[in-house]
Design a protein around this ligand. Structure first.
Ligand code: CS2
Length: 453
């Protein structure tokens, strides 16, 4: 039997569930990139807010590339369960916030209609680093952008203005440095090229607040779905499993309304930057180090990699000696405590977080995770041995090829035998003239030779 609204009343009481009339809620949020991360994070916060009495924040999820999530969730009327794990304990909740999932390549007109609807106030995104259509120099690549969310968003904004509606709050929930301002600039570039008349209205009516989002969400395994079925008495093809920890820090700058997320642990702040920088450089920086060094050492999961004293020490050094001194923390942020807590999160075997999941899309992740730290640390005269080891392991993984899943993967696998060619391509001069990662030329010399350990 499949999870559905009809069977929810029969699910045992020890499973939490939404407590609002789902059918009566209007769609207030459209989310691009409805993968497991969104369902474990923003959709969960929104479900808690609606269960506490907020209204009309149902979510229309849009899947960008594969129809899989639509096939998993639509037959379940959008319902799915979220299981939070820590050690031996597991807490499950049936989430009601997602109303429907649209598959962008086939249903873009419906997506536009949802966005242009008066009830819609927020559009959020987890389209991964590569989903923003950035090209050389970090600016918008119009061809890539035309295959992403920009045409739907642009058309919806045009319709909203034409019908006298207000703008939208556009929330990037991806791990980009300064995600709000980056997205704002990219949208402006899109409008400039495609709908220039809309620019002034967009600037006046829309808001793109930066956010820092944090929750580790491993890919769901078939055995998880099977053990869940024994607990809830139904098959949930959209089931998501995550850790108990969750954090969302959002700049309080919205175009219209929003759910009362702050009643459920979301921090609304004036400046997200110190939280975002710490998260990207420490959590994500250490994650990527563990991924490449861990795969090289023969491990499969994050908890196995941090159980290895050599890798644990390297991840600790990356966070404490290299990243922390480069972060302009607020007086309330204890970054050493943060590093200890991150190690505890990484070490939890209940998560079964695969290293190859983190290893993917390295070219999209490395600049904000390692290179920004490396650049600042060198300016401060600090060592960057842990980052250099991580970089060596990344090159090793390119040459090995087994786990490479990256938009520049084919090119890099070809170059990987020659370290100088990789350095050249990434830091000095890419195939179209500029480097893949502009602005980090100063690191080319430091990374030119492998670290002798
Ligand atoms: C991970 C992140 O896959 C990855 O690259 O580093 O998804 C990480 O688990 C999240 O950012 C945690 O909030």
């Amino acid at each position: 039997m499949r999870l559905s609204p009809e069977i929810v009343p029969d699910i045992k009481d020890d499973i939490d569930r939404f407590s609002y009339d789902r059918d009566a809620q209007k769609i207030g949020i459209v989310h691009f990139g409805i993968g497991a991360f969104h369902r474990a994070h923003q959709a969960w916060y929104t479900d808690l807010a609606m269960s506490a009495g907020d209204r009309d924040w149902a979510i229309c999820g849009v899947s960008m590339r594969s129809p899989a999530v639509a096939e998993q969730l639509n037959p379940q009327s959008g319902l799915y369960t979220l299981t939070e794990r820590a050690g031996e304990s597991a807490r499950t909740r049936v989430i009601g916030a997602v109303r429907e999932v649209l598959f962008a390549p086939r249903q873009s007109e419906q997506v536009v209609a949802r966005l242009a609807d008066p009830a819609c106030q927020i559009v959020s995104l987890t389209v991964t680093e590569k989903g923003y259509g950035r090209g050389e120099g970090g600016g918008l690549d119009l061809k890539l952008a035309s295959q992403s969310f920009y045409p739907m968003l642009g058309e919806a904004l045009r319709q909203r203005r034409a019908s006298g509606l207000g703008g939208l709050t556009i929330l990037s929930c991806d791990n980009l440095a300064d995600n709000g301002r980056v997205l704002d600039r990219l949208i402006q570039q899109w409008l400039q090229a495609e709908l220039p008349d809309l620019l002034d209205w967009y600037e006046a009516e829309c808001r793109v607040p930066p956010t820092m989002i944090d929750r580790i969400v491993p890919r769901t395994r078939p055995e998880d779905v099977e053990s869940l079925e024994r607990r809830i008495g139904a098959v949930d093809e959209g089931a998501v499993f995550t850790e108990q920890f969750s954090q969302w820090v959002v700049e309080d700058n919205f175009a219209g309304g929003r759910p009362r997320w702050e009643d459920h642990g979301v921090a609304l702040v004036e400046d997200v930057a110190p939280f975002e920088t710490a998260k990207l450089r420490m959590l994500n920086g250490a994650h990527s180090l563990l991924a490449y060094c861990g795969l090289q050492a023969g491990y499969q999961f994050v908890h196995e990699a941090v159980a290895d004293p050599v890798l644990r020490d390297l991840a600790g050094r990356l966070m404490r000696d290299e990243a922390i001194p480069t972060i302009d923390a607020t007086p309330d942020q204890d970054l050493h405590e943060y590093a200890n807590h991150l190690m505890e999160r990484f070490a939890d075997p209940a998560l079964m977080h695969r290293l190859d999941q983190i290893a993917m899309d390295g070219t999209q992740k490395i600049p904000q995770r390692w290179l920004d730290t490396a650049k600042s640390a060198l300016q401060l005269g600090l060592p960057i041995e842990a980052i250099r080891s991580a970089f060596d392991a990344w090159i090793w993984h390119l040459a090995d090829g087994r786990w490479v899943d990256d938009p520049h993967g084919d090119e890099l696998k070809r170059l990987a035998e020659h370290r100088t060619a990789v350095i050249e391509y990434c830091l000095l001069a890419g195939k179209d003239g500029g480097p893949l990662w502009p602005g980090y030329e100063s690191l080319a010399e430091v990374f030119a030779s492998p670290l002798s350990r």
